[in-house]
Design a binder for this molecule. Structure first.
Ligand code: CA
Length: 222
């Protein structure tokens, strides 16, 4: 089972994460300061690190910089403010992803699974989760064809065309609706919701690949 290091000084947040991860059978180590986290990393090799940005002795960004001197371990940042998101994205520290507080522990676990899968292999069996047959205009989930409406199909095809890219609702409307003027942002949310629930019937893991970026839009992450 994968092991995760959490460096987070807010005990309540750490406890929620530890509970969610351990119930999914991850092994978890937790420290409240950057220096303890760094010491642990120099002695052990977890599969992924979750870093809070606001730590008592250093910022999570500084810690990540230290970690990058000797390790390419995947890093997931926990951010409390949008200004921190900008820093994470701006500094190109090799962060694999970030989650803004407050977050749902389930979403974080899904994000972690996605990062670990991505790291394991780019071309392994991951693609069988969702497969697009463009000629047949059909998308399969775990080998089973999904029964989608035209809009659902186009939405999912767009997300699948560039995994990892965040599409805004406006972009999705423009590309998936022939007459976007008649539709609204909410329309996208409703269609994503029904897409997820159709996919979930085949695979929870596949449904989790469609992720919401709050305030931005949607992305598909294997
Ligand atoms: Ca903190």
């Amino acid at each position: 089972m994968p092991s995760i290091l959490i460096v987070e000084d807010e005990t309540a947040i750490a406890d929620t994460l530890i509970y969610a991860l351990e119930s999914e059978r991850f092994t978890v180590a937790h420290f409240t300061t950057g220096s303890e986290g760094l010491n642990y990393l120099q002695a052990s090799e977890p599969d992924l690190v979750i870093l809070d940005i606001g730590l008592p002795d250093m910022t999570g960004l500084d810690l990540c910089r230290e970690i990058r001197r000797f390790s390419q371990i995947p890093v997931l940042f926990l951010t409390a403010r949008s200004s921190e998101v900008d820093q994470v994205l701006g500094l190109e520290l090799g962060a694999d992803d970030y989650v803004t507080k407050p977050f749902s522990p389930r979403a974080v676990v899904a994000r972690i699974r996605a990062i670990l899968r991505r790291g394991r292999s780019q071309n392994e069996s991951d693609t069988t989760l969702l497969q697009h047959d463009e000629a047949k205009m059909m998308i399969q989930c775990c080998g089973q064809p999904l029964s989608l409406t035209a809009h659902e199909y186009r939405l999912l095809a767009i997300l699948l065309s560039q995994p990892g890219r965040v599409f805004t609702r406006e972009q999705l409307l423009e590309q998936a609706w022939h007459d976007p003027g008649s539709a609204m942002d909410r329309t996208i949310d409703a269609h994503i919701k029904s897409l997820r629930s159709k996919i979930r019937k085949h695979s929870q893991e596949a449904a989790d690949t469609i992720q919401t970026r709050r305030g931005l839009g949607y992305t598909l992450v294997f």
